[in-house]
Each structure stands twice: as structure tokens, then as C-alpha cells.
Design a protein around this ligand. Structure first.
Ligand code: ATP
Ligand code: FE2
Length: 322
């Protein structure tokens, strides 16, 4: 069985062909390059202008014909309305034209499922840190539940905003990581953990107002925010009694964050897993694969039920496949 997955919640439009065996045959993506912060309508236009060629490329690279496709899966939410709508329209058209079923996938759950496919993680706590999202998710009592999350903005967005203010190009995350290596002094920044949740805006404002070198500011932002995430992840592990941490989202490519999580899991006797970079960032393979898991366990939707869900919560999904 061949599944085509379409992703388009934010900056990235992606198309992938995955086999029901878990083989990823193609994984195409195009990213909207933001200069002044993401503009939803412009990102949607970007996706609209790339989706057809991406579909063709994905099918060609997979070495199949479009008639071989058995299922269409798309990212139903959460995300930016105009982006989601553009990609959902393409998914509906494909499903109707090919006369195959349609499945709407929760983007956050897909980050966890692709990690379970690509690594040896079986029942992990997911630390998902991207541009728009920061969540700690785990499977308990037959649902994926959010154990902690950002109360304001995603950490990636915070890093990108800070970067923009100090003259770095988008995406600023990797540039901040580079600069942080030269940092020597840990500046005092607000450590904002509230229960199991975190906040980043105040840290950014404080870092912008500090009279210190760019290296020290980047270093201090990383040390503070990553320590917050490590603390909350550790508490989620203790609470759920799980012994695996899975990382997902673009920010987890950061080596310093990986190191902190590695140390924490080592001390607890737990394991930690990071998928390959192309499966950490937003990608369509995760949508295709999760769509398959859902379909295989009896879930599909009609075109009438395929409305996008901008605020789609992880715990709203009825998990039929675990
Ligand atoms: P989502 O819809 O999941 O929020 P997104 O497009 O905002 O998606 P991703 O593609 O998962 O996010 O990741 C992009 C983010 O990752 C950017 O904010 C970027 O700055 C950040 N990032 C990438 N590499 C690094 C790094 N090495 N260190 C820190 N942040 C990084
Ligand atoms: Fe994502």
C-alpha cells in the first residue's frame, strides 16, 4: 500500500510517499523564507505555488505512478489557517481524483509517530520544540496528552525574533547556537517555569536589554531556555513513569539542547532518541505514516469532514492504533 502525505501547517510545504511497511520512498519539501516574521497569506501563496510540482516530484522520486496511491493523508492542524487551507484543498482534490480515502492528521502527533518509526523509541515522552510549537507530549490512558507547553510563543519563534532584532538572518536558531559557543558569562535571565509550562517572551526582552556581548547573550538564552525544557521533560518522565525521551521539531537539532537531555536521561537511567534532521523538522513523511496508522486502524474522513483545525489539540485525537 502506498500513502501520499501532504504537510503545510506553517513555513514548510511537503509531499511524501510512504509504504505501509514504513519505507519512506520520497520526502520533498519547500520552505517559505520569512524576513519580517511569517505572513500567513504569503506563506500560503508560497505553498500554493509549490504544491503541484512537489506532488509530481514525490511520485516520481518514489518510482510509482499516481494510480498506485491508495490513501491521501494531510496535516489538518494545528497551524496557520491560510496554509492549512491551501494544503487541505490539494489533499481533497487528490482524494477525489484518485478515488482513494482521505485522512486528516494532527501535526504534533505525527512528530511523535515518525520518531517511533525512525528510532528505537517505543513509548517515549516527546519533547517537541519547533518554531511555532513547544510541547511535552506522552501517550497515557489511550490518548496523546500534553504534559507541558509554552504559554506564549514557541522557542524557535523566540530565537528567530531575537535573531532578527540583533541582525541575524532567518532562521536564527543555528546562528545563535554558533555564537553561544563563544559565551563565557551566564547572564541573569528570567527562568520561567510555571508548573509544567514554560514562557519565553520575557527571556527575549531581558536578553535584548542586557548590556553584554552577543556571545554571552546567545549562550545565556540557550542555557536558560534549554534548562527549563530539560526540567519539565524530566518531570514528565517521572510523572508518566516512562524511560524514553524522543526529540522532535527544528530546535532539537541544537547540540547543546541534545547534550542537556542526554545528561538528564543518563542520570535517570532512561534512553533518548533524535530522528534524522529531515524527520525532526516539519516533513510530510510523518503525515503519510501517521495517516497510514490511522487508516489501518479504521479511521478515515469524508471530504465534508475534512475542515482544517487551526487549534487542533493533541488530546482531541482518538488514538485507534495503539
Ligand atoms: P511548526 O509548525 O512545527 O512550528 P516550524 O516551521 O516553525 O514548524 P521547524 O521546521 O520544526 O519549525 O523548525 C524551524 C525552527 O527551528 C526555526 O525557528 C529555527 O530557528 C529553529 N532551529 C533550527 N536549527 C536550530 C538550531 N541548531 N538551534 C536552535 N534552533 C534551531
Ligand atoms: Fe512541526
Amino acid at each position: 500500500m502506498f500513502i501520499i502525505g501532504l504537510e503545510g501547517t506553517a513555513h514548510t510545504v511537503g509531499v511524501s510517499i510512504v509504504k505501509n511497511t514504513g519505507d519512506v520512498l520520497s520526502n520533498i519539501f519547500e520552505t517559505y523564507d520569512e524576513k519580517e516574521g511569517i505572513h500567513p497569506r504569503e506563506a500560503a501563496n508560497h505553498h500554493a505555488s509549490h504544491i503541484l510540482t512537489s506532488i509530481k516530484k514525490a511520485i516520481e522520486e518514489a518510482g510509482i505512478e499516481k494510480e498506485d496511491i491508495d490513501l491521501v493523508a494531510f496535516s489538518q492542524g494545528p497551524g496557520l489557517g491560510p496554509c492549512l487551507r491551501t494544503v487541505a484543498t490539494a489533499a481533497r482534490s487528490l482524494s477525489l481524483a484518485l478515488e482513494v480515502p482521505l485522512v486528516g492528521v494532527n501535526h504534533c502527533i505525527a512528530h511523535l509517530e515518525i520518531g517511533r518509526l525512525r528510532t528505537e523509541a517505543e513509548n517515549p515522552v516527546l519533547l517537541y520544540v519547533s518554531g511555532g510549537n513547544t510541547q511535552i507530549i506522552a501517550f497515557t490512558k489511550s490518548r496523546y496528552r500534553i504534559f507541558g507547553e509554552t504559554l506564549d510563543i514557541g522557542l524557535g519563534n523566540m530565537l528567530d525574533k531575537f535573531g532578527r532584532e540583533v541582525g541575524m538572518d532567518f532562521p536564527a536558531g543555528p546562528k545563535i547556537e554558533e555564537k553561544a559557543k563563544g559565551g563565557v558569562e551566564l547572564l541573569e535571565l528570567p527562568y520561567s517555569v510555571k508548573g509544567m509550562d514554560v514562557e519565553f517572551s520575557g527571556i527575549m526582552t531581558a536578553a535584548l536589554n542586557q548590556d553584554a556581548s552577543i556571545e554571552d547573550r546567545c549562550y545565556s538564552i540557550q542555557e536558560t531556555t534549554f534548562a527549563m525544557l530539560t526540567e519539565v521533560t524530566e518531570r514528565a518522565l517521572a510523572h508518566t513513569r516512562k524511560d524514553e525521551v524522543l526529540l522532535g521539531g527544528g530546535v532539537v537539532q541544537n547540540k547543546r539542547l541534545q547534550k542537556m537531555i542526554e545528561k538528564m536521561t543518563e542520570e535517570r537511567g532512561a534512553a533518548y532518541y533524535v530522528p534524522e534532521p529531515e524527520f525532526c523538522i516539519d516533513n510530510a513523511a510523518m503525515i503519510a505514516w501517521t495517516g497510514y496508522l490511522m487508516y489501518d486502524s479504521g479511521t478515515s474522513i469524508s471530504v465534508e469532514e475534512s475542515n482544517i483545525r487551526q487549534k487542533f489539540r493533541t488530546d482531541e485525537v482518538e488514538v485507534t492504533w495503539r
